[in-house]
Design a protein around this ligand. Structure first.
Ligand SMILES: Nc1ncnc2c1ncn2[C@@H]1O[C@H](COP(=O)(O)OP(=O)(O)OP(=O)(O)O)[C@@H](O)[C@H]1O
Length: 768
C-alpha cells in the first residue's frame, strides 16, 4: 500500500517537474537578457513572440491537467474493478481482507491511495460519502484505553475546546477510528456525523458532503457576454474536472416544466425536513444560539509575537483581541509553515494573513538591507479587483507605523503603463493583485519577474475560487514563476474537498489545515437569519421591490445588497429600482473600474443605501453593517450562496439573508439543506405598487432588456441541471423574457446559438 502511494507520488512529481522544467529553463535566459538590456524585453527566449510564449505555457498546463485527469480515471476504474473482484471472490464478507495475500485491494485502500497522492495524511474528509463502508463501533462505545491510543491530532497552539479544530495533515487520526459515519438509510436523508475533536466526540449533521459544483463565477475580466458563469466553452472544460471520475453527485435533470409537479413528493420530504429545522430554529432559540457564537477570543495581539509597531496600528484600528481564526492561524503562519485556513465569512481572515505578511517583510528586510530594487516579499492574490484594492487598503492601515514598507495593488481595468510607473516610483514589498493583471506583468516585464525572485510568502485569498477551473491555469502559471522556497498560505470561508485535493499545486505536502468551522459544523454565521421565498419569475421584480420596502420600514439604517445572476440582469434590476425612486447603486463587470471603485467606496461609507450587484461583490468584500442580503435566482453553487450571504452578519453582528427562487429553481435548496434556511411567508402584493413596478419595468431601455435575456439564457444554459434540457430552458427563458417586459424573445446570432447548443430549439429565435 505504502509503495503504491509513493509510486503515485513519484509519478505526480515527475509529471509536475516535466511541466515545470521548460519554464524554469526558459526563465534563466529571460533574466540574463533583461539584465543586459536594462529594460523589459518584448521578445522571449527561443525567438518566441509574446503569443507563442503564452500558447506554449497554455499547452503545458493543458497537458498537465490531462495527465492528472487520466491518472485519476485509472485509479477510479481500478477501484471499481477491485470492488467487483472482491465481491466475486467473496472477499467482501471476509473480516479482514488484508490478511489474505491474494485478496484484492479494497475500495477503501484505493481511495486512501488516491487521497495519499494529493495530501498524504489528512485527506480522509475528502472522501466521497459512498467510498467504502466506514462502519465502526459507535464512538460512545469506544473504551477509554482505545481513546487513549488515538493519537491526538496535531492542533495548532490554541484552545482545543473551542468549536474549531486545526489539524495538521501530517498527523491524522488512525484509520481504525471513525472520523465520520454515514447514516445508510437513504441518500437524501440528513446524515449523522460523528467526529473526534481532540478527546471529545461530537455529533453533527454531515449532509454537507456535497457535490463539487463548477464555479465559473467570473473575476471582473471573466464575466462573459452570456452571463456571469463563464462561457459555454469554459463550462465544457469544467465538466472535464476530476469530479467526473470521483465525485458521486446525484443528477437532477428537469425534463419538462411538468417535472416540478412530479417531484412534489420530494419537495414534501424537503418541506418536512425544513419544518423540523424551523421548529428547532424557533426565533428564540436562534437568538440564543447566535448569542453564543462569539468571534473574538481572549488572546490579545500583543501576545501573538508580532511587531509592537503593528500592535499599535492594530489598536488604532480598534483591534485589541484576536478573532477565532486569527488566534488559530497566526501561530502556525508565523512559524513559517504552509497553511490552509477555512473560517466563516466576516471573521477577520484578512488580518490573519496580513499580519504574517508584514512579519515576513520585517524578517526579510532585516536580513537583507542593501538591495538596489526592493524585492516583493509577500504576494497576495485575490479573485476580484475590488477585493484586491480593499486588502491593500487594510494592509496600509496595519503598516501605519512601519516606515519604509510599502504595499501596492495590481488590478485589471487600469492602464498597464500607470502600473509600471507606480511600481517604479513607489517600491513595495507587499503586492496585492488579481491573477490576470499579475500574469500580464510577469509575462511582459522581466524586471518584474526579477523582483518576484525574492518572494518569501504567497497568499491566496478566496483560495477555493482561485483554484477553481476558471482561474487555475493562471494560478499555475503564476506559481511556476515564483521561487520554490517560499511559504504559502491559502484562506477561504469555503473549502470544497476537490479544492483541497488540488491545493498541492500551491502548498507543500506537509502543510497545516486550520479549520475553524469544523467537520460538519455550520458554515454560515449563526447571527444571520436566513430564509427563502418561491415565486414565479413574473413576480420576482415586484417581490424584490416589496422586500426592500418592507426592510426599509423596519431598519432605519438599512444597508442592502441585492445579488443578481449576471451583469446585465444586475443592470436591468438597478434601472428598474432607480425608476422606483429607491436609493440604489450598481456594481458589475460591465462598468468601468473607476466607477466600480467609486461606488464600492461610497457603499462602504454609507447607510440607507441599496447596492445591486453581480458576483463581483460576492467574495471578501467588507461593507460594514449590511443589514440584508437578497439573492435573486440560483447562485452558481453552494459556496457562492455562502459567500454572498456572508456580506451581512460580519464581525459578530446580526444580519438577514433572503433567497428568491422560481418554482423550478427549488432543487437548489437541496444543496444547502444543512443550512438553517426558513421558508418565508408569501407576501401580499399591493395592486397599486404592482402597477408602479410594471411602469418602471416599461421604462427600461429595450436594448438592456434584450441583453438581460441573453445573459440570463447564458447563465442558466451553463448549469447542468437545466442547461442540458434545452427545450425547457428556452421555455423558462421566455417566461423570464415576459417578466422583464419583452413581448417576444430577442433573436440570437446563429453562431452564438450554435455554441450554446440552442440552434433549432423551439422558442429560440435566430437572427436572419
Ligand atoms: N481582531 C479584530 N478585532 C476587531 N475587529 C476585527 C478583528 N479582525 C477583523 N475585524 C473586523 O472584522 C470584519 C471582517 O474582517 P474580514 O474582512 O477580514 O473578514 P473575512 O473573514 O476575510 O471575510 P470574508 O470571508 O468575507 O472574506 C472587518 O470589519 C474587520 O475590521
Amino acid at each position: 500500500m505504502a509503495s503504491s502511494s509513493s509510486l503515485l507520488f513519484l509519478l505526480l512529481r515527475k509529471d509536475r517537474s516535466a511541466a515545470l522544467g521548460p519554464r524554469r529553463l526558459l526563465l534563466l535566459p529571460l533574466l540574463s537578457q533583461s539584465r543586459s538590456m536594462g529594460g523589459g524585453p518584448r521578445t522571449f527566449p527561443g525567438g518566441l513572440n509574446k503569443w507563442q510564449y503564452k500558447r506554449m505555457h497554455e499547452k503545458l498546463a493543458r497537458e498537465k491537467e490531462r495527465k492528472l485527469l487520466q491518472q485519476e480515471k485509472q485509479l477510479y476504474l481500478a477501484r471499481l474493478r477491485s470492488e467487483i473482484r472482491a465481491k466475486l471472490a467473496g472477499a467482501a464478507d471476509s473480516p479482514d481482507p488484508s490478511t489474505s495475500a491474494f485478496a484484492p485491494m479494497s475500495s477503501k485502500d484505493h481511495i486512501k491511495a488516491l487521497a495519499d497522492r494529493f495530501m498524504k495524511g489528512g485527506a480522509e474528509d475528502l472522501w466521497n460519502e459512498d467510498d467504502g463502508p466506514l462502519k465502526s463501533p459507535s464512538p460512545r462505545g469506544i473504551l477509554a484505553k482505545d481513546r487513549a491510543r488515538v493519537k491526538k491530532p496535531f492542533l495548532a497552539s490554541f484552545d482545543q475546546k473551542r468549536p474549531y479544530s486545526a489539524v495538521a495533515s501530517r498527523e491524522m487520526r488512525p484509520r481504525s477510528q471513525p472520523r465520520w459515519r454515514r447514516n445508510s438509510s437513504s441518500e437524501e436523508d440528513s446524515d449523522v456525523d460523528c467526529s473526534f475533536e481532540g478527546d471529545t466526540v461530537t455529533k453533527r449533521d454531515s449532509s454537507r458532503f456535497l457535490k463539487f459544483g463548477s464555479r465559473n463565477e467570473e473575476e471582473d475580466d471573466k464575466e462573459s457576454d452570456f452571463g456571469g458563469r463563464g462561457s459555454p466553452r469554459k463550462k465544457m472544460l469544467s465538466s472535464a474536472a476530476l469530479r467526473n471520475c470521483d465525485a458521486k453527485k446525484e443528477r437532477r435533470v428537469l425534463r419538462s416544466l411538468d417535472d416540478t409537479n412530479d417531484v412534489s413528493s420530494k419537495f414534501c420530504e424537503l418541506r418536512d425536513e425544513l419544518k423540523k429545522k424551523r421548529e428547532l430554529m424557533g426565533s428564540q432559540k436562534w437568538q440564543n444560539e447566535a448569542k453564543e457564537e462569539c468571534v473574538l477570543t481572549k488572546k490579545r495581539f500583543d501576545e501573538c509575537g508580532i511587531s509592537p509597531l503593528t500592535v499599535t496600528a492594530l489598536a488604532d484600528a480598534g483591534y485589541v483581541r484576536t478573532t477565532v481564526v486569527q488566534e488559530a492561524a497566526l501561530p502556525v503562519c508565523l512559524e513559517g509553515k504552509d497553511v490552509l485556513v477555512k473560517a466563516k465569512t466576516g471573521t477577520g481572515k484578512s488580518a490573519a494573513f496580513l499580519l504574517p505578511a508584514i512579519e515576513a517583510v520585517l524578517k526579510a528586510t532585516c536580513n537583507n538591507t542593501n538591495q538596489r530594487v526592493s524585492p516583493i516579499i509577500a504576494l497576495i492574490v485575490c479573485p476580484t479587483r475590488e477585493l484586491a484594492i480593499q486588502v491593500a487598503a487594510e494592509a496600509n492601515v496595519l503598516l501605519k507605523y512601519h516606515e519604509g514598507i510599502g504595499v501596492q495593488s495590481l488590478v485589471g481595468g487600469t492602464r498597464f503603463k500607470l502600473d509600471l510607473k507606480r511600481l517604479e516610483s513607489n517600491p513595495c514589498q507587499i503586492l496585492v493583485a488579481t491573477p490576470g493583471r499579475l500574469l500580464d506583468h510577469i509575462e511582459n516585464k522581466s524586471g518584474f519577474s526579477v523582483r518576484l525572485m525574492g518572494l518569501k510568502l504567497l497568499i491566496l485569498d478566496e483560495a477555493d475560487h482561485l483554484l477553481d477551473l476558471g482561474f487555475r491555469k493562471d494560478i499555475e502559471k503564476i506559481v511556476d514563476s515564483l521561487p520554490r522556497h517560499r511559504q504559502s498560505l491559502m484562506f477561504s470561508a469555503t473549502m470544497p474537498k476537490e479544492v483541497r485535493r488540488v491545493s498541492q499545486l500551491v502548498l507543500k505536502r506537509d502543510h497545516v489545515f486550520v479549520d475553524t468551522v469544523g467537520l460538519g459544523g455550520l458554515e454560515t454565521p449563526a447571527k444571520i437569519l436566513q430564509s427563502y421565498l418561491v415565486v414565479p419569475h413574473e413576480l420576482h421584480f415586484h417581490l424584490v421591490h416589496h422586500i426592500l420596502q418592507e426592510h426599509i420600514m423596519q431598519e432605519v439604517d438599512y444597508k442592502v445588497i441585492v445579488f443578481c445572476t449576471t451583469a446585465m440582469v444586475t443592470e436591468f434590476m438597478f434601472i428598474m429600482l432607480r425608476e422606483l425612486k429607491m436609493n440604489v447603486r450598481e456594481i458589475h463587470s460591465r462598468k468601468p473600474q473607476l466607477y466600480r471603485t467609486r461606488i464600492s467606496d461610497e457603499f462602504r461609507e454609507s447607510k440607507r443605501l441599496i447596492l445591486v450587484t453581480s458576483d463581483v461583490s460576492a467574495r471578501g468584500m467588507n461593507y460594514p453593517d449590511v443589514t440584508l442580503v437578497v439573492q435573486v435566482g440560483i447562485p452558481s453553487d453552494r459556496e457562492q450562496y455562502i459567500h454572498r450571504l456572508g456580506r451581512t452578519g460580519r464581525d459578530g453582528k446580526y444580519g438577514k439573508g433572503i433567497l428568491l427562487l422560481a418554482p423550478w429553481e427549488q432543487y437548489f435548496l437541496d444543496e444547502i439543506k444543512d443550512l438553517p434556511l426558513e421558508k418565508s411567508q408569501p407576501r401580499e402584493l399591493d395592486p397599486y405598487m404592482k402597477q408602479k413596478v410594471e411602469d418602471s419595468i416599461g421604462k427600461v431601455d429595450t436594448s438592456i432588456k434584450e441583453a438581460a435575456y441573453h445573459a440570463w439564457l447564458g447563465y442558466y444554459n451553463s448549469m447542468s441541471e437545466i442547461g442540458r434540457d434545452k427545450t425547457t430552458l428556452a421555455e423558462l427563458a421566455n417566461r423570464f423574457c415576459h417578466s422583464i417586459g419583452l413581448e417576444k424573445p430577442p433573436a440570437l446570432y446563429r453562431k452564438t446559438a450554435l455554441k450554446m447548443g440552442l440552434k433549432d430549439i423551439p422558442g429560440i429565435r435566430i437572427r436572419k
